[in-house]
Design a protein around this ligand. Structure first.
Ligand code: IVH
Length: 711
């Protein structure tokens, strides 16, 4: 018997799967609607989740779904196992039932190099006693969880894990939630295809996995909600399938690729000659078959496939641990048969592992460009993901605490894709590092920066940073780049590349050295020349004349942006007054809270920083003292919008000055806007201002306006 088309099915065949839970007759019209809705939703699920090509907008889908839910609530006795509403996860189970596999789930023999794969083909030919070329199905070996799906009369009735190969656990409740798993196979051919009829009892096998992106997203979400984070996508998939409550699986992005099928009853319907033909049918029935799959002839082409797959490994959104090479003809598979645990017609060609165990010999602390201090594990060198690794990032102290890591621990290192190797797990006392266990020592953040010896201070809840911003060699380039940038001293022409060249060449060590550069030194630099050197010398000279807010901003004091620098300058008027202030005084500055006040006080108290400041002034860096301006509220309640390019100040600067007068600065023009300040290149915001008859001033007028208000 084959499964007829849905429209031909009687009410009993089509909807009678579930026990009768409610009463009340189902009018013919509602029955028709239920059936149609299920077909439509299943079709759109397939288009959306499997083909990634939705045909209707989400709201339309939601409407269909809501209507189906409404009808099912009205007639609960007609809720079927294959209804799309059943994917959302029903009631939790109290335990897993054991399932005996009708066809044992074998594993694959493995090879690790080309020569062994060549031997595999030689063995096959010998056993078949034939020299004829052999066709193979080449597939990625997905790193997930093997699953067996049982369909009876085209309806998914059971899903089970591999277990020991002979029996596994019933995980139907979780697998039902996976969009790639069809709940009902199309009784009639999918429109436009010549799909064969589905056998009465069909077992489909494949791998359930979590995509890399899904895994990252799930972990990021778990970190926010305090939920469980997983070590890798495979553990995430396995951990999810092991849940009794299907709502958990429904909320996680599990997917499935099929890699085989067994016809348990009704084999007259599909006489598949090859695995390739099997995959074609599976695809027509709505299963997802891996797009990398290739049918080739001869072992050399299998090797080409495996090499190409390995090269593409990092770019795939799911993890693979090798290629699987299978004899394509089912007749030949039958002739070759099985060894004790593995088929003779298939072979796994394994890729280098992306997770391996090793030992943490030491932990060192690295200072980043901006002063953040990161712990790094020094490892017993180990081959992982195709390279030998001897360091792995530990991110921060909270991560060390989360891992429970100590020096001397045995750990799992992961290097997937092109990413930096990281420690994902401490292997609990498994007896392999007994010696190390004795010496396991705690990892502590150093009190002094390993690069410059300045004090290390906390930066927020998790991070630590070096306080020697101006003098720390690890932060040197960034500090100089920042000091010379627009918004700070604005040394035109002194960009990232040149700073790099000057520091690497030993010509400058800190920001003060910039003002001691000689023309001849610059002219001698690669790609520089006389003319450019003269231009840069002029720019450096011009930068000597600056303003106090720019100078303060340029120092790169943690937490001090342009607005805070302006607030500090306006409050104290002179650098001397600021240098004399303690944290408590600093806190009295408008918008300066206790954290910023402590940072500023600490920075300015460091002898090394004071020394650099003194040397900058000795080198001629100067400014007119800032008029001490009390915070004012002359513009209180007024809304300003900035548009176009401001040529004599940065946007942040303009914004800070307006805010210090009590104004609000908005991003778009509306009827509520009081003023638009427009520089060259102003576009739609200016048009809108004209249209709404909002007052507009240019930069010139704005500067005059600010001067009038002492800014
Ligand atoms: S075929 C008898 N094909 O690898 C052959 N397995 O050690 C059975 N796997 O448990 C497996 N991708 O979980 C096959 N394309 C693929 C596969 C694959 C991943 C897993 C599967 C199995 C293990 C074999």
């Amino acid at each position: 018997m084959t499964v007829g088309s849905d429209s031909e099915q009687s009410e009993e065949e089509g909807l009678g799967q579930a026990p009768v839970r409610g009463l009340g007759p189902l009018p013919q019209q509602d029955l028709q609607e239920l059936t149609t809705l299920r077909q439509q939703i299943t079709h759109h699920d397939y288009l959306y989740h499997t083909l990634d090509a939705p045909e209707i907008p989400d709201v339309e889908y939601d409407r269909l779904f809501a209507r189906l839910e409404q009808l099912e609530a009205q007639y609960p006795q007609f809720v079927t196992l294959d209804s799309p509403t059943q994917r959302v996860g029903g009631t939790p189970l109290s335990g897993f039932a054991q399932v005996t596999h009708e066809v044992p789930m074998m594993s694959l023999a493995k090879v690790f190099d080309e020569a062994d794969l060549v031997d595999f083909e030689a063995r096959i030919k010998k056993r078949l006693d034939s020299a004829a070329p052999i066709a193979y199905s080449c597939e990625p070996k997905i790193d997930g969880v093997a699953v067996s799906l049982l369909y009876e009369e085209g309806v998914l009735v059971r899903a089970a894990t591999r277990g020991d190969g002979l029996s596994g656990e019933d995980i139907t409740h979780n697998v039902r939630t996976i969009r790639d798993v069809p709940l009902r196979l199309p009784a009639s051919a999918r429109a436009g295809t010549d799909a064969p009829a589905v056998p009465r009892r069909l077992e489909v096998r494949g791998e359930i996995y979590m995509s890399r992106s899904g895994f990252e997203a799930a972990n990021a979400q778990a970190a926010v909600t305090g939920g469980k984070t997983f070590v890798n996508p495979r553990n995430a998939a396995a951990g999810t399938l092991r849940q009794l409550d299907p709502r958990i699986a429904a909320s996680r992005p599990l997917r499935m690729f099929c890699y085989g099928a067994n016809i348990l009853e009704g084999d007259e319907t599909v006489p598949w000659p090859t695995l390739t033909a099997t995959f074609a049918s599976l695809q027509q029935w709505g299963f997802v078959v891996n797009p990398e799959l290739q049918a080739v002839t001869g072992v050399t082409q299998c090797l080409v496939f495996a090499q190409a797959l390995l090269a593409r490994r990092d770019g795939l959104d799911y993890e693979i641990d090798g290629a699987v090479i299978k004899v394509d003809r089912l007749q030949l598979q039958a002739e070759l048969g099985f060894n004790a645990r593995t088929p003779r017609w298939a072979m796994a060609y394994k890729f280098p592992a992306e997770e391996v165990a090793t030992e943490v010999r030491d932990v060192e602390f690295q200072v980043g460009r901006t002063g953040t201090i990161t712990p790094v594990a020094r490892l017993e060198p180990v081959f992982v993901g195709g390279v030998t690794v001897s360091n792995a990032t530990l991110h921060n102290m909270a991560e060390i605490a989360r891992l429970g890591l100590r020096i001397g621990d045995r750990v799992i290192i992961r290097r997937a894709g092109d990413v930096i190797p990281k420690v994902v797990k401490v292997i609990e006392n498994d007896g392999t590092n007994k010696e190390a266990l004795v010496t396991r020592s705690e990892i502590l953040m150093p009190a002094q920066c390993p690069a410059c010896g300045s004090a290390v201070e906390p930066d927020g809840d998790i991070l630590f940073r070096c306080s020697g911003g101006l003098v720390c060699p690890a932060q040197r380039k960034e500090a100089i780049r920042h000091f010379c940038a627009r918004g700070a001293l604005d040394v035109e022409g002194l960009g990232d590349k040149l700073v790099e060249q000057l520091v690497d060449g030993g010509l400058i060590h800190d920001v003060a050295d910039v003002f001691h550069l000689q023309h001849a030194q610059l002219a001698a630099l690669e790609r520089m020349g006389d003319k450019s050197a003269a231009k840069l010398m002029a720019a450096i000279d011009k930068a000597r004349s600056t303003t106090l807010p720019r100078f303060l901003f340029g120092l790169g004091i943690p937490e001090v942006g342009e607005a805070t620098a302006l607030a500090l300058a306006s409050h104290f008027g002179s650098l001397e007054a600021l240098l004399a202030a303690d944290a408590a005084t600093l806190e009295s500055v408008e918008d300066v809270g206790p954290i910023v006040a402590a940072r500023v006080a600490h920075f300015l108290q460091q002898a090394a920083n004071r020394d650099v400041i003194a040397r900058l002034r000795d080198a001629g860096v100067h400014w007119a003292d800032q008029a001490v301006v009390a915070q004012s509220d002359v513009l209180a309640g007024q809304i300003f919008v900035l548009t176009g390019t401001l040529e004599r100040m940065t946007r942040d600067d303009a914004k800070a000055r307006l805010q210090s007068l009590g104004a609000k600065v908005a991003g778009s023009v509306s009827k509520k806007t009081d003023w638009v300040i427009a520089g060259p290149g102003a576009g739609s915001k200016l048009d809108k201002a004209v249209e709404l008859e909002v007052s507009v001033m240019d930069e010139e007028a704005f500067l005059a306006f600010l001067a009038e208000h002492g800014k």
